[in-house]
Design a protein around this ligand. Sequence first.
Ligand SMILES: *Cc1c(COP(=O)(O)O)cnc(C)c1O
Length: 345
Amino acid sequence: MSSGTLTIDLDAIVANWRVLAAQTRAECGAVLKADAYGTGAARAARALARAGCRRFFVAMAEEGAALREALGPGPEIGVFAGHMRGDTDMIGDLGLTPMLNSLEQLTRHFESLPGHPFGIQLDTGMNRLGMEWDEWAAVAEVALAQGPALIMSHLACADEPDHPMNPYQLDLFHQMTDGLGVPRSLAATGGILLGPDYHFDLVRPGIGLHGAAPFAGGHPSVHLALPVVQCRDLARGEVVGYGNSWQAQRPSRIATVSAGYADGILRALSGRLRLWHGDRPCPAVGRISMDLITVDVTDLGEDPEELTLIGPHQGVDDLAAAAGTIGYEILTSLSPRLVRRYHAA
Ligand SMILES: *Cc1c(COP(=O)(O)O)cnc(C)c1O
């Protein structure tokens, strides 16, 4: 096989969900947008449903449709984008629960799907999605009369526990929702870790299910192994790859592995990436190309059949730090070309 193998540990995803659920008295849902952060929403959803998760969230109605197919009737599937024009049939037929973000969406929903479940998304300062103070004040009475399933908002700085934005948004959420008698949700992974004041009735972890920051204590959900296509000897002074960016300072053995930036191994990692053969690190050398990465295996003293890129010695947060990004982007960049294998006990 010449593609990389992304092994997804469904037991780890379920174990992380259980640990997060145990940190709160609120109900614990699961956010499976972007194909469960690149790991495969259908498999993750079924594993989590078996573990007792009853509320799922996605970004878009299309993702909700795929999730409904995987889950069957029953579990609630919330759509953060709300009720967009053109989504009415999908929302109605598949029983999705749009988180309505504006008066426009509210009107569309009540006119096209009267009596169909919905939630409300409020903006408490992030200025991204949801109704702001004035808009909510204007429509709250009408919306509440229709019996929303949930009122939610989202924290902008929850991964920085001491950030003053956290108590600010908490206070505003209280002011906008206290006494309404509707279930409430404010916390994603970072918000869970801020403590019970932030939990309300339902928490919505996404990245935490994958054991990545800010949930440092979690189990990693993915392992990525890349096959070695070819090994070659270089004399001192020979160069490797596009732009000749690496030159052998000694007689070297170079392994070429079958994966590159088209698989989501960001090109910005060129010169900063290590791959692992068991416990032994091997530096990637030269530029990362679309389909290939060259690795200095001189010190191994043998030619490996494959090398590990994400594993026990290098997690998604390590790659993120090396690339100047976040674990979320590393995970969601992992391309469909990588063969997914699922591991569950
Ligand atoms: C992505 C997202 C989540 C999950 O966030 P994590 O940081 O991955 O736990 C929760 N709520 C909303 C509105 C989101 O967009």
